[in-house]
Design a protein around this ligand. Structure first.
Ligand code: PXP
Length: 239
């Protein structure tokens, strides 16, 4: 059965919108765990637009399930990860102008620097997942550089409106998942998933964990964090 990790970045987005002290993503991390999430995810961006260093530090000491740190493959972030020791690091591409992470890491372009980061972190005992598009070449390269896991980008599928595009995007995800499984990579999936798109993953049991943020935080503003996480947890359980 797949797990559910909840990304609490957007609690920090709300806080930073007013440069206030609330809402606190640390409190959100505790609440999502109490509601049954299998992990808490935060993305410490280079520009610190939402999650701050203090958030990750406190979350590291209070999260009891699993703390997943999303970060760019840069010397600054590697230093922070080595110091903080999250349970998993997910390497993501980062552009200052983007609204959110827009695509997977392109290992055709960044293979050698990402391989170095994977080696450094994994040699220190921190498993690394690489956020990649559902593309067989990216899966093979992730395997070649010895990453423990991949996180398959589900955004193209979730955002597609036309049925043909959606079908093609999902078929790419299925192929990527099957290949990653064959190569013995751990498999996470995420980006853009909501209470409706998650249902498409029924039967795709090779996925170990879904990483979901925006839709859960958005729903939590209306029904509360506990209900929002529990509803998604039930949908993931039913896959
Ligand atoms: N996985 C990765 C690697 C991400 O960068 C994000 C967004 O921060 C997510 C999952 C969660 O995406 P969403 O907020 O759209 O659920």
């Amino acid at each position: 059965m797949a797990g559910l990790s909840v990304n609490v970045d957007h609690i920090a987005t709300l806080r930073e919108a007013r440069k206030a002290r609330y809402p606190d993503p640390v409190s959100a991390g505790i609440l999502v765990e109490l509601a049954g999430a299998d992990g808490v995810v935060v993305h410490l961006r280079e520009d610190r637009r939402h999650i701050q260093d203090r958030d990750v530090r406190i979350l590291r000491s209070v999260v009891q399930t699993k703390l997943i740190l999303e970060m760019a493959s840069t010397p600054e972030m590697v230093g922070i990860a080595l110091d903080l020791r999250p349970d998993v690091v997910t390497l993501v591409p980062e552009k200052r102008e983007e609204l959110t992470t827009e695509g997977g890491l392109d290992l055709m372009v960044h293979q050698s620097s990402v391989a170095e980061t994977v080696d450094t972190l994994q040699n220190s005992g921190i498993p690394v997942s690489i956020f990649i598009d559902p593309d067989p070449e990216q899966i093979k390269l992730s395997h070649r550089i010895n990453a423990s896991m991949v996180e398959i980008h589900t955004g193209t599928f979730c955002d597609a409106n036309a049925a043909v595009k959606k079908e093609q995007a999902f078929s790419n995800i299925v192929d990527a998942v099957k290949l990653a499984h064959k190569l013995n990579l751990g498999i996470h999936a995420g980006h853009g998933l909501c209470y409706s798109t998650i249902k498409a993953f029924k039967g795709l049991h090779e996925i170990d964990e879904f990483s979901i943020g925006h839709s859960i935080v958005a729903r939590a503003t209306l029904v509360g964090m506990e209900n929002a996480v529990k509803e998604m947890r039930a949908l993931v359980k039913a896959l």
